[in-house]
Ligand binder design. Structure first.
Ligand SMILES: [Zn+2]
Length: 650
């Protein structure tokens, strides 16, 4: 009889549907994907959940601004996440949306049962409310009448609301955190939660009056209210398996890992654990809070976002290189910095020079000395055993590191094996062995071992780089996939059958040469063109106030476009010659999505004349012309009567 499969459950947060997917989202989701793929190789039945959080004030507002109903709005927006996960080769088992009936029904059942059990009560509440953040602040939180989090004005609100008796679970939770070291990781975050639990835990307001916020899950016992968005959202982790009774029996609860950003650790560690306690469900086994990404040392902003957009990165470097880089570069749990330079460095050294080179030289030698065939190997010598031992040690070490989600250490460990195999080939010198008959017998072992090491490496890197791993496997001539081989195939040396005909293919990880690197860096450093359709559904809040003097520093001039031509290789950029009266400027503008060059000649535009020159795609731009963009549309700013070139615009 077959034993039932062991089960493994991992989740990402459900992402806020209004957000534009960025490398932070990609990072968490790739991390969940890697551990899922590894556990599948290890014979587990894996449930890997991701999805979107689709309720709340901001969704409602954004829909209103776009003149659509909220459901239409989220139906459209959530697709960006789904598409990105397909692009990044994410193997999620399900994608849950909080507006789906399968979710909202469970939320309502849970609310009703907690209400029946007197875990929820009604009370009046008075506080300072920040509408954009959807949260109340106490008197002492508020800074000069403004929200301490976003700095926008708060208003005093008194209203009746429903509360979850969270306070009664404070002591239990503190004990649980203290007694279970791996419940919250990393340690620094665990200490933060313990610090938070030092103070008595209050009850949690879990409702919002519909008159203020109509977009949410209605409370089943009071139709004038919707559930607080977190109370609704957190339940996604179980609603995907059904009601609490079904969750208890599904085999996936308690969840093995909730992966979360450090900013939402409290809601998970505290609110969610207490909610589960009230439902008589055990807390998750582990909540892992990872760090944040900066870009070139700066907080991710709209303009930086343009150059590190995950789809764009995948186009530029390939999906597997991005997956590798994000998890290799920074220890999971710490903050990381993204830079194109570091990414290119990793590609060239770890991937092209080490692993790529190992594959190429091995297959070349099999081709040259054995007509592309992996031959029955001769007996093992002690120096062969050292390589086999290293492989088995690596397999064990990697297994232990997965328990800590120490992705960067796992990869470092695998690369030790890559290095050792390269060293082994250097020491054995196949090129010398090939010269004698005796040597040729020995050579069968050396080449077999190199191929077997490559197969072990392919299985080990598969969770991180599934496509590349499969390609290595195919180039070795295997007629079985890596998933079919599984982890058990690398627990003992020698699974690779002799007699395979290798199939060398194109370079797996081409080096990014200097010329190309220069181009990538230029693009990455160029100021973003005005025509980035990054989030057509968001109207930005007004920026910080400036003095009149600040404004007059900007020298705006009328300019007449004399020439216009598309910049080759760019979909967005047009090179213009613009007459601004006193001189002629060359300007590169990101307006090709809205205008054909021939439409532009003769037009009068507004130019920022004293902007420092910058290079875009290698072409110098001496100024910037003003345009507005909405979605994919770009409209140049202009005048309703003709003006001469060089007139100052104020
Ligand atoms: Zn605020």
């Amino acid at each position: 009889m077959n034993e039932p499969k062991k089960k493994f459950y991992v989740t990402t947060p459900i992402y806020y549907v209004n957000d534009v997917p960025h490398i932070g989202h990609a990072y968490t989701t790739i991390a969940a994907d890697v551990v899922s793929r590894y556990k599948r190789l290890d014979g587990y039945e894996v449930f890997f959940l991701t999805g979107t959080d689709e309720h709340g004030q901001k969704v409602h507002q954004a829909a209103q601004q776009n003149g659509v109903d909220p459901q239409t709005h989220v139906d459209k927006l959530h697709q960006r996440f789904k598409d990105l996960w397909v692009r990044l080769n994410i193997s999620n088992s399900d994608f849950i949306r909080t507006t789906e009936a399968r979710h909202t029904q469970v939320v309502q059942e849970i609310l009703q049962s907690l209400f029946d059990k007197k875990e929820i009560y009604k009370d009046s509440y008075e506080g300072w409310y920040c509408t954009p953040d959807e949260r109340f602040w106490t008197e002492k939180d508020v800074v000069n009448g403004n929200c301490p989090e976003c700095g926008r004005p708060v208003e005093k609100i008194k209203e009746y609301n429903y509360f979850f008796k969270m306070g009664q679970y404070g002591e239990w939770l503190a004990r649980h955190v203290r007694e279970n070291e791996s419940f919250i990781q990393p340690v620094s975050r665990r200490n933060e939660v313990l610090g938070f639990l030092d103070k008595p835990l209050g009850d949690l307001c879990i409702s919002r009056p519909k008159e203020r916020l109509p977009w949410g899950v209605s409370l089943p016992f009071d139709d004038d209210y919707v559930a607080y968005v977190w109370f609704d959202a957190l339940i996604n982790y179980i609603s995907v398996h059904g009601q609490p009774g079904q969750v208890r029996d599904c085999g996936f609860w308690p969840c093995d890992h909730h992966l979360v950003g450090k900013d939402i650790l409290t809601t998970h560690a505290v609110y969610w654990s207490c909610m589960l306690k009230a439902m008589d469900l055990p807390p998750p086994k582990n909540i892992f809070a990872h760090g944040w990404w900066t870009v070139n040392g700066q907080k991710m902003s709209k303009s930086l976002f343009n150059v590190v957009e995950p789809n764009l990165l995948a186009d530029q470097f390939g999906v597997d290189v991005i997956r590798y880089f994000l998890l290799r570069e920074v220890p999971f749990g710490l903050d990381g910095d993204f830079s194109h330079k570091a990414l290119i460095g990793r590609n060239n050294s770890d991937l092209a020079n080490n692993l790529g080179n190992l594959l190429n030289r091995t297959l070349n030698m099999v081709e040259k000395y054995q007509e592309g065939k992996i031959l029955e190997p001769s007996a093992s010598a002690p120096e062969d055993q050292a390589l086999a031992d290293k492989a088995s040690e690596t397999v064990q070490a990697v297994a232990a590191l997965y328990d800590q989600l120490a992705y960067n250490k796992i990869l470092a460990k695998i690369w030790e094996l890559v290095d050792q195999c390269n060293q082994y080939i250097n020491n054995m010198g196949p090129w010398n062995l090939a010269k004698s008959e005796e040597g040729q017998t020995r050579l069968t072992r050396v080449l077999y071992n190199s191929c077997e090491a490559l197969r072990v490496i392919a299985v080990l890197i598969y969770p991180f780089m599934p496509e590349s791993a499969e390609k290595i496997n195919q180039q070795l001539g295997a007629d079985f996939t890596i998933e079919e081989q599984g982890l058990r195939s690398i627990r003992e040396w020698g699974f690779l059958p002799a007699g395979l005909q290798t199939r060398p293919g194109p370079q797996l990880f081409p080096r990014i040469e200097e010329e190309e690197e220069k181009k990538i860096m230029e693009q990455a450093n160029a100021p973003s063109a005005p025509a980035q359709a990054e989030d057509e559904n968001k109207t930005e809040p007004v920026a910080e106030q400036i003095e009149f003097d600040d404004f007059t520093k900007v020298d705006l001039r009328t300019g007449k476009i004399l020439e216009a031509e598309k910049i080759k290789k760019s979909k967005k950029l047009i090179k213009l010659k613009v007459d601004i009266g006193c001189e002629t400027r060359q300007v590169v503008a990101g307006i090709a999505a809205g205008y054909e060059p021939e439409q532009l000649v003769g037009r009068t535009v507004i130019l920022v004349a004293n902007l420092k020159p910058a290079k875009l795609m290698g072409v110098e731009s001496q100024g910037m012309i003003l345009a507005g963009s909405e979605g994919d549309k770009i409209i140049l700013a202009g005048f309703d009567h003709e003006l001469n070139p060089g007139v100052r615009v104020k």
